[in-house]
Design a protein around this ligand. Structure first.
Ligand SMILES: C[S@@+](CC[C@H](N)C(=O)[O-])C[C@H]1O[C@@H](n2cnc3c(N)ncnc32)[C@H](O)[C@@H]1O
Length: 315
């Protein structure tokens, strides 16, 4: 197991739900994280390019508005876009002869270790302090003698159901002190064809990313009779919930045995497992959710196509 192994056996209980489902975090073992990184460079996957455009245009302003001494990023992954923020914050800290701390937080150990190592080399003046942790659980942010900025990029907020999202915003607000900041990147509702294509690319990288969770299951639960190729990748827009859903559909009857649980998992051909949701937002409803959590909006930026939004709010 290469991700943070927080109760896999307990999480796996949802495999027997109707429909079967799994927490998103299990998509991000070492291979899954590398595949996601590949996805961010695919022509169909617009979110990374749009959010990069926003951060490139506004990172200096974000550093000026927040003056943060500590930047903590949830689900940091490769921290590629975070470099735009770090460059702006490090420059500001140097001008003011202050120190800057960056705390990347992720469940994927390898990607966290590698990106932290690379960042330490590229930003020698920044103290990089990686934290292997699950952001769906309570987590105290490190204290700091200056303002703190919590960051959540990539549209990862869309992976929560509405109730989980409210809890997450509540935890963020509770973890911040008055005067600290929260920077959120969120994908916006748009043309369904573009949305589906972003999660079902021609090269099949997203399909591999999705099917990889079967291999994660096989290894973590010591399974027999479980093969990624027995599952087809499905990306579907759910108009009622405003979200893209990724499913795996069985191509034939599956009869697996999880030795770690001493339990069989049987699915008929054509059965579907929900592996990821990615909610797309209307700006107004997101603003109101943040407000309800006690996070007051300071600024909102969108890209030139109005595909993606980045919201800065203050506790
Ligand atoms: C959609 S990717 C976004 C990565 C990066 N922030 C970006 O914008 O490209 C989600 C990231 O969150 C991490 N992640 C997923 N679930 C997590 C959880 N429950 N706790 C901590 N990290 C998680 C994954 O390992 C992955 O790096």
């Amino acid at each position: 197991m290469t991700t943070l192994d927080t109760g896999f056996a307990a999480d796996a209980a949802t495999l027997w739900n109707d429909p079967p489902t799994l927490p998103t975090k299990w998509l991000y073992d070492e291979r899954g994280s590398k595949l996601f990184d590949e996805i961010t460079r695919l022509p169909e996957y617009y979110p990374t390019r749009r959010e990069t455009e926003i951060l490139a245009a506004h990172s200096v302003d974000i550093a000026r508005r927040t003056d943060a001494a500590l930047v903590a990023e949830f689900g940091s992954g490769t921290s590629t876009k975070s470099r735009l923020l770090l460059t702006a914050f490090a420059h500001r800290a140097a001008l003011q002869s202050r120190s800057l701390r960056y705390v990347p937080i992720d469940v994927s150990a390898e990607i966290l270790t590698q990106s932290s190592h690379d960042l330490s080399l590229d930003y020698p003046a920044v103290s990089v302090e990686p934290l292997l942790a699950d952001f769906t659980e309570p987590l105290g942010l490190p204290s700091s003698d200056g303002p703190r900025l919590a960051v959540f990029l990539g549209g990862t907020i869309g992976n929560f159901e509405a109730a989980g999202r409210a809890e997450f915003f509540g935890r963020i607000a509770d973890g911040l002190a008055p005067g600290d900041f929260f920077l959120l990147g969120a994908d916006l509702v748009k043309d369904t064809g573009r949305l589906v294509a972003a999660y079902d690319d021609k090269a099949g990288v997203t399909a591999d990313f999705n099917r990889n969770v079967i291999e994660v299951l096989r290894v973590a639960l010591d399974a027999t009779g479980l093969y990624p190729d027995d599952f087809a990748h499905i990306a579907r827009w759910n108009p009622g919930e405003h979200r893209i859903e990724m499913w795996l559909r069985t191509r034939r009857d599956v009869d697996a045995y999880f030795a770690a649980l001493d339990r069989n998992w049987r699915l008929p051909a054509g059965a579907e497992i929900l592996t990821e949701i990615s909610t797309k937002f209307e700006v107004e409803s997101l603003e109101s959710e943040l407000r309800s959590a006690g996070l007051a909006q300071e600024a909102l930026w969108t890209d030139s196509q109005e595909d993606f939004a980045v919201i800065l709010s203050r506790r």
